[in-house]
Design a protein around this ligand. Sequence first.
Ligand SMILES: [Zn+2]
Length: 360
Amino acid sequence: MRRTARRLADGREIVYFDDDPQAPPRDAVDTRDLPAQRPRSEIRLDPLTGEWVAMAAHRQTRTYKPPADLCPLCPSTPGRPTEIPEPDYEVAVFENRFPSFAQGVPEPGDPVLGDLAPRRAAVGRCEVVCFTSDHDSAFVELSPRRARTVVDAWADRTAALGRLPGVEQVFCFENRGEEIGVTLHHPHGQIYAYPFVTPRTERMLRVAAEHHERTGRHILGDVLAAERAHGERVVATSDHWTAYVPAAARWPVEVHLVPHRQAPDLPALTDAERDDLAELHLAVLRRLDGLYARPLPYIAAWHQAPVRTGRELSWLHLQVFSVLRTADKLKYLAGSESGMGVWINDVTPEQIAERLRAAG
Ligand SMILES: [Zn+2]
């Protein structure tokens, strides 16, 4: 894998990752006349839940469902420069033009509720990860080698963003499908670098700490061993990873990909674990598309250790889930889920696992 870092016209960073070290040099210049971005996003603490909420009003002007010939993630062609100056690329990662979190965000003004609801600059970074230059492709259609390059790109960015001032947690994810709210059809994912530990990670770390205190072991290691021994919810396995439907799945379709060894984050994975992950990730996505015989809208969310805390207690895993409960019916997050945070699932995890095994 070869890595080339460049700058776009407005100073944003773009990094190319090539499967082939002999790929053409990535030295194209961004010819656009772009104004420098001055994101003004902020975070406010919800005084009732103790959770941060990000506000990024400047994002309302962002690109919304452009026609394919105006796709900003396709390679540039003569007369039509895009976000990616090269005439072709393999994997490209660049800073989001409309970020919710960014470096150099100004501190917000006066408190809105005295000490009760502190507000801070939304310091961090948001990046876009393009998986291929082919507009009409999808992650599931990548070669294992290209998927491996994406894994390397995620690991590279996780380490790089974790070194930025103010960043406490790095989240790599992919939203796929209009049902998830995807506004650009080009195969891509995103990376958020947050200035705080996210509520879900904080909660999982608390549970992991309690389990470790009681047993001296990792909660996810124990869950993984039990799932593998039990087998009923296991969807696919490889030498270094197991994919299973979690015992208390919240979503009508949900699969966790878990490494057999405790690793806090993607940079900690070995070459063999990364190769294996690329293959298993593709195999799981093929099963998901086979479930309803249609491309499944999904969210793929990487759970990684925070930058500074809980690294010994964290166990990297990928959570892939869908809002689709039949081929054409969506699960909405309604009263119980949205109001109370209590999920009601219409199918059992054992049924989902059985269908996913059959869908291969
Ligand atoms: Zn495109």
